[in-house]
Every structure is written in structure tokens, then in C-alpha cells.
Design a protein. Structure first.
Length: 495
């Protein structure tokens, strides 16, 4: 929802804001002590303005971490402050890890970006024989495969790596390979698992993949707290929060782990972990001890736009240049920005580098959908490094205000909590791994690891509150489940 809303609001704002003047993007400079303090002050001010409980922010420049600090609190009940050692869920920042570990296998000659997948995994299958024979890893993790997105059918469903790969065998196509960008978490994970199969096709693909990342990325880069495995009650793990559907409060969210989504989004770690990873990227694959972990040519492959993004962000001074493999490539006032956003449960993360000035930023927050906050900080850093006038803050403020108004309008559509009288008769287990449950006179929708209290909307349909927002509608054929406003899957009772 965030991406579509942001694009729509940005187009509106284009008519209200003048395009920022084009400055010379070659005049980069190291941040002075005063500029670093000004940036810290900006983080504090913006954190409070956007009502975010806590954040961890790191800035790298010229081969060094010049800032790695916490702001706000990691938990609203305990008021434990965020530090550089606080662990956050990082969501899709995992995709940049994914492309990087695959790049090490390409370096080694184990596989190739443009090698047909069936050469790596002979039993790989798609609905079209010709595409089965030609689809590549670049197509998969570069989100240019043309395979229709099947996230709705799989998110929350406990699948093994093999089952996730098999899930796309019958999926339709919406474009020819290389023609259209279509963000797809499942394909990112499938690409990672297929790469793991090239190393050991007899072993458990999940275990093999995690071992590869730990050995080839985490350890050499010095990412001591980073993990792709489930977290237990770690005292340094921040509590994530999401805004209640009625907008009245922030709700704590549980840590959710989906094994089938490890390469796409099950990354956790500290701001120091990701600062070390970003240093390796900015240093063209070289880590602190001088080891070349990833060759520069294959690192460049991940940064090179492979497909344009139709309808990308249209913001003053902002240019969308496309998607590489695990990275978005954009420019702000002519300065190239290579970035990856991440959303997971009640967390938002963002990582960006300015390769022409050897500068980078990592942002982690414990509030869901705090993407505009991340953009505000990242572009403020660009303005400081290149001595641009401060213009993006006004844009970000207006986008955030418009988003809050949109969310307020959505909350007005909610009549109230779903009652037992409305849905109690439908309690039970259903197909699509869905169950309807009555808890203390409240009605909940469960799907795998996801659970949400149900509310009734003005049109008589229902919406779940939680990490995943689902729609539910009573029809003459039974319960329809899926996206809010357009549930498309008919649930079959299992009891």
C-alpha cells in the first residue's frame, strides 16, 4: 500500500512544489563536525515529527563509519533507549545481501547471472516450456521475469524452499522477461535458494543458503550480530510497532519468521552490522582487512539498472533510473543513489550509498511504514554532502501529511470491531491456511504466523488489523479472502 500511495501523492505534490534547482553533483565534501551535529539534530527533530518510537542511524564516508547512534526508545513500555547495538528486523535489506552472496558464487564460477536456471536446477518448471528453458537468475532477482506475483497465495503459508520454488510452476505471465519491473518477494527468495542448490543440491536449501551468507558475507564483513535465523527473546531486539487501524495508538507487533522468505526479507541485525556491509559495497567489495570478498565487476552488475520502473517516484529533483539486483538506482539533484528499503512487521529500514562520493547511510526504525522518514534523512544527507539547499524536508513533510490524511480517511471507513454475531458462525479452519477464531468476544483472522483482529467496514466487508492487512467478505458462495476491497480467494471449510 505504501508504494502506490507514495507515488500517487508525489504526483499531486509535483503540481504544488517547484522542481528543486539542479546543482552540480560533483562538488561532494566530507561532513564537518558541525554538519554531523546538524544531521544528528535533524534526525532527532524528524523522529519526533513523524511520531517514531526509536531509530538507529549510521553514516559512512571515505572508508569510515563517522556516525552510528541510537535515537528514541526501543520499547515504549520499558523506555530502553535505542543504541548502535539494538537489533532490528530489516526486511528487504536482505535482498542486497542476497544479490551479494550470489555475486560471490558468480566470482567463483559456480554459476552465472545469465545462465538458464534449468542448467542449475534441472527440475525447475514454469507454465511455459520456452520460458522454463531460458529464464535466468538475473530475471528472477532483478524482478524482470514477467512471472505474475503470487505473494497473496504464499505469504503466511508455511512452505519449504522447495515448495516455494514449485509454487510458481503454474503462475501466469504478465510480460516477457526483461520488459517489466514487478517487485516480487517470492522470486527473490527463489533466486537465493536456486543459487544455494548450485553449491549442494542434496542438502536442505534453507540451511545451505544461511551457511553461504554467514561464511561469504557476514563473517568477512564483520557483521557480528546479523542473522537470517529466528530470534528468541534477545534483550537487544527492539519492539516493532504499527499504527492501529483507527489511528488512535501504536500497537506492538510480534517477531514473525517465515523460512521460505529468508533470502527476501528475514534479516535482523544492528546498524553497525549494516554499516559494515555498506562499507564493503562502497569499497567495491573489499572489507576492512583488505580481502576482496566480491569482485568489483560483479558488484557493479548488482548496481546496474536491468529494468526501468514505470511510474516510479516522481518527486522534485528525483529521478528513477531503474532496478538492478537487490538495489534501486535513482538520483536526487543529479547525485546517483543506490538504495534498498525494507519493511517487516512493525519495522522500517533503509540503506543507501552515494558511490561517487563514497558515502552511505543506514536507517532502522521500530515503526511500520516509516519510509518517508527514511527518505527525509537520506536526502538531507545528500544535501549536506553536496552543499545543496535544504529543500527535500518540505517535500517529505507534505508527503507525510498527505499520507496521514489518507490513513485518517481510511480509518473513517471502519464501523467498529467485528462481533461474534457477525462472524461467530464462520469460526473454524479454512483453505489457504486461514482460520477464523473467537477470542474473548473478539473475532480474529489467522494465517500461518500472521494474526489480526477483524473490523467491519462501511460496505459490510471486513479488514484485519496486524502485520498483514487482509480483506474478508461474506458472499452467497461463502467467505472470500484476499486484498482489502477485492478479496479473490474463496475459502473452503476444512471442518
Amino acid at each position: 500500500m505504501y508504494g502506490k500511495l507514495l507515488i500517487a501523492l508525489a504526483i499531486v505534490l509535483m503540481n504544488a512544489l517547484s522542481v528543486a534547482a539542479q546543482n552540480d553533483p560533483t562538488d561532494a565534501s566530507a561532513l564537518t563536525v558541525e554538519e554531523q551535529q546538524a544531521f544528528r539534530d535533524y534526525v532527532e527533530t524528524t523522529l519526533n515529527a513523524y511520531a517514531i518510537p526509536g531509530a538507529a542511524v549510521a553514516v559512512i564516508q571515505n572508508g569510515q563509519i563517522i556516525m552510528a547512534e541510537g535515537f528514541g526508545v526501543s520499547d515504549l513500555e520499558t523506555n530502553v533507549p535505542v543504541t548502535s547495538d539494538t537489533i532490528f528486523q530489516l526486511g528487504s535489506l536482505a535482498k542486497s545481501i542476497n544479490s551479494s552472496v550470489i555475486a560471490t558464487l558468480v566470482d567463483q564460477g559456480v554459476l552465472d547471472w545469465d545462465q538458464p536456471i534449468i542448467d542449475i536446477m534441472p527440475d525447475f518448471q514454469l507454465a511455459d516450456a520456452d520460458r522454463t528453458a531460458t529464464l535466468t537468475l538475473r530475471d528472477l532477482i532483478g524482478f524482470r521475469s514477467g512471472i505474475a506475483n503470487n505473494d497473496l497465495e504464499t505469504f503466511g503459508v508455511p512452505l519449504s524452499a522447495g515448495e516455494l520454488i514449485a509454487s510458481i510452476a503454474d503462475e501466469p505471465f504478465n510480460a516477457a522477461p526483461g520488459e517489466m519491473f514487478d517487485y516480487n518477494n517470492n522470486l527473490a527468495s527463489i533466486g537465493g535458494f536456486i543459487a544455494a542448490s548450485a553449491v549442494n543440491d542434496d542438502a536442505d536449501l534453507l540451511d545451505t543458503y544461511i551457511d553461504l551468507v554467514e561464511q561469504r558475507i557476514f563473517t568477512p564483513a564483520g557483521m557480528e550480530s546479523a542473522s537470517l535465523s529466528p530470534r528468541t527473546a534477545d534483550e537487544n531486539l527492539a519492539t516493532g510497532y504499527l499504527t492501529a487501524l483507527d489511528g488512535s495508538s501504536l500497537l506492538p507487533t510480534p517477531f514473525v519468521y517465515e523460512a521460505s522468505q529468508v533470502p527476501a526479507g528475514m534479516l535482523t541485525g544492528t546498524v553497525l552490522d549494516m554499516a559494515q556491509f555498506l562499507l564493503m559495497q562502497v569499497n567495491r567489495g573489499v572489507v576492512a582487512d583488505g580481502t576482496q570478498v566480491i569482485s568489483q565487476p560483479n558488484l557493479n552488475e548488482t548496481w546496474t539498472p536491468g529494468v526501468a520502473i514505470a511510474g516510479g517516484m516522481q518527486l522534485p529533483g528525483f529521478e528513477s533510473r531503474g532496478y538492478g539486483m537487490g538495489w534501486f538506482i535513482d538520483a536526487y539533484n543529479g547525485v546517483e543513489i543506490i538504495s534498498v528499503p525494507g519493511n517487516a512487521g512493525g519495522f522500517t529500514a533503509y540503506m543507501a550509498m552515494l558511490p561517487d562520493s563514497n558515502t552511505g547511510i543506514v536507517i532502522m526504525t521500530n515503526k511500520a511504514q516509516a519510509n518517508v522518514f527514511s527518505l527525509a534523512l537520506s536526502n538531507r544527507l545528500v544535501e549536506l554532502v553536496y552543499d545543496f539547499p535544504q529543500t527535500f524536508d518540505e517535500i517529505a513533510t507534505q508527503i507525510n501529511s498527505a499520507m496521514q490524511q489518507q490513513l485518517a480517511s481510511m480509518s473513517q471507513m471502519i464501523v467498529g470491531p467485528a462481533t461474534v454475531e457477525m462472524l461467530g458462525a464462520y469460526a473454524g479452519d479454512y483453505s489457504e491456511h486461514v482460520s477464523i477464531e473467537v477470542r474473548d468476544n473478539e473475532v480474529w483472522l489467522n494465517r500461518g504466523n500472521f494474526a489480526g483482529k477483524l473490523y467491519v467496514l462501511a460496505d459490510g466487508s471486513f479488514i484485519s488489523e496486524g502485520i498483514m492487512v487482509y480483506g474478508l467478505q461474506i458472499t452467497q458462495d461463502g467467505l472470500m479472502f484476499g486484498n482489502v476491497g477485492s478479496p479473490s480467494l474463496l475459502l473452503q471449510p476444512l471442518n
